[in-house]
Design a protein around this ligand. Structure first.
Ligand SMILES: Cc1cc2nc3c(=O)[nH]c(=O)nc-3n(C[C@H](O)[C@H](O)[C@H](O)COP(=O)(O)OP(=O)(O)OC[C@H]3O[C@@H](n4cnc5c(N)ncnc54)[C@H](O)[C@@H]3O)c2cc1C
Length: 482
């Protein structure tokens, strides 16, 4: 069931025709696709946000294509929606005003991997998993690992400030973006940031652009910080009879000062979704923690510190006697199977109901148990089915609302709003990694005051005075869920 597009200004037919003619002439017809099939394929992302069919898709192959597209579209007052892989969860790449979708998947070069300065320079269409493989082949490491990494792209990751399971130890995309080349609406080219470790020159425009959801500029080149790859990794699975016991174990791990690189929690229905994929999990378990630790030993030999961490982790997860089982993966194949199950969870949960909406709220880690209680309370109040899993170590949980009948939708909307309000009351925030996009724009005022929203809209006007770059995103408009 789709969420209706927000109320935005649409381009006139004349304007679109003039823009497409000029794009065709300046970029060449092979880069300007107006076929129904291409437009359909670029009208949606992985969210429930409904867009309008774009009038054309520009298939950019380099910075100059992006620059020309933004110049021509501004001249003819045609909106532009930047797009990478389209795995976004909040409608960021959905063209809610029609116009042009600016597709960057053809800009997929890894320009440089510098082993000495620990920097990679990439184009925005590089698939995240491909970057991982390329830097790991050099003994280096790019930690951000959204679970969509086999298809999502670095441009989309930077625009959403993507996170992933490893964020608990290593942080999110913003922590690795050193500098950007971005084209602004109208065709100006901006270079921000640095390739050095330190640097405090001027305002931190790079950080402003990271997480801007394609509303301020279109990235054409990205400089990323790398680190040396860990030499040892161990994965531990802990099973509990209820989710509160699992959440309490997360709190204990943090309180003890342990820093696993991943600390993922799955509740009873999430386990059921995994079981239905053919993965066998002890039937007594109603909650699971997937915990991963890593270390880098300078000499390349075994690391005593990893063994000590694993021991402390085992003790902490088992403490209180609530764990059904705590086991370490025995080999690489078993480790890979556990992560495969976690990474396919989002797809697997889709099979549990006809409709699913997933929220990615965050609370201070000490309030994790309270968040799980609140999610259960609002869902019970509204009679809505839900399941919860996510990056518990960061307090970032994906609460999924499931329903089968169209008539249940108003109750789902009330449950989502209840969750948003509870999150803010617990000192949390509406999104940890998926952004606001279209899907959450209506809820932004629950968290941010009018002054802050107004200031951000002023900033948007500085970058994009005509308001043509990715309109209808982040800020509330006449949007209404249907
Ligand atoms: C199965 C699954 C698992 C997921 N797991 C995670 C997870 O663990 N962590 C996480 O953070 N997210 C996750 N996501 C969400 C999604 O993958 C991320 O938001 C990802 O960063 C989007 O990348 P993309 O290439 O698909 O971008 P798109 O969806 O194409 O675009 C996302 C946003 O980026 C903008 N954009 C795209 N390219 C550019 C550019 N060159 N310049 C400026 N703006 C641009 C778009 O306008 C849009 O606003 C998951 C999604 C799925 C389907």
């Amino acid at each position: 069931m789709l969420i209706a597009p927000p109320e935005v200004r649409l381009p006139t037919r004349d304007a679109v025709e003039r823009a497409v003619r000029e794009l065709d002439r300046r970029l060449g017809p092979s880069k300007v696709d107006v076929s129904e099939a291409r437009r359909e394929a670029h009208a949606r992302d992985d969210s429930a946000a409904a867009g309008r069919l774009p009038d054309a898709v520009v298939l950019a192959e380099g910075r100059d294509d992006v620059r020309v597209a933004l110049e021509v579209c501004e001249k003819h007052a045609v909106p532009v929606t930047p797009r990478a892989a389209g795995t976004g969860r909040t409608g960021g790449a959905v063209p809610v005003a029609g116009g042009v979708v600016l597709a960057t998947q053809g800009m997929a070069s890894i320009v440089d991997i510098d082993r000495h300065d620990l920097v990679a320079v990439v184009q925005p269409g590089v698939v995240t998993g491909a970057l991982h493989a390329a830097v790991e082949a050099e003994g280096l490491f790019y930690p951000p690992d959204p679970n969509s990494l086999s298809s999502c792209m670095i441009g989309g990751n930077v625009a959403e400030n993507a996170g992933g399971p490893r964020a608990f130890k290593y942080g999110v995309t913003r922590d690795y973006v050193l500098g950007l080349e971005a084209c602004l609406m109208g065709g100006r080219v901006l270079r921000t940031g640095r390739r050095t470790i330190k640097g405090v020159t001027g305002y931190d425009v790079t950080s402003l652009l990271v997480g801007s959801e394609g509303t301020l500029g279109v990235f054409t080149e990205i400089a990323l910080r790398l680190v040396h790859a860990p030499t040892e990794i161990a994965t531990v699975l802990a099973l509990y009879s209820d989710v509160a016991a699992a959440a309490a174990a997360v709190t204990r791990v943090i309180a003890r000062g342990l820093v696993p690189r991943c600390l993922e929690l799955m509740d009873a229905w999430s386990l059921e979704a995994i079981r239905r994929q053919g993965v066998s999990i002890d039937l007594r378990a109603s909650a699971m923690l997937l915990v991963e630790v890593d270390a880098r030993s300078a000499g390349g030999g075994g690391s005593a510190s990893l063994d000590a961490t694993l021991e402390a982790l085992g003790e902490t997860l088992s403490e209180g006697g609530h764990a059904i089982d705590v086991v370490a993966a025995q080999d690489e194949a078993q480790r890979a199977r556990l992560w495969e199950a976690r990474r396919m969870l989002s797809m697997a949960t889709r099979k549990l109901a006809k409709y699913k909406l997933s929220e990615d709220v965050v609370v201070p880690r000490s309030r994790l148990v309270a968040l799980l209680d609140e999610a259960a309370r609002v869902c019970e109040r509204e009679g809505v089915r839900h399941l919860t899993y996510g990056h518990a170590g960061d307090g970032n949980m994906h609460v999924n609302f499931l329903w089968d009948d169209d008539g249940e939708r108003p109750a789902v909307d009330r449950a989502i709003e209840g969750l948003m309000r509870a999150t803010v009351e617990l000192g949390g925030t509406l999104s940890g990694e998926h952004g606001i996009g279209v899907s959450k724009a209506a809820y932004l005022p629950l968290e941010q005051g009018p002054e802050l929203i107004g200031l951000q809209q002023d900033l948007k006007r500085v970058f994009d005075p005509s308001g043509l770059l990715n309109p209808g995103k982040i800020f509330p408009t006449g949007h209404r869920a249907c």
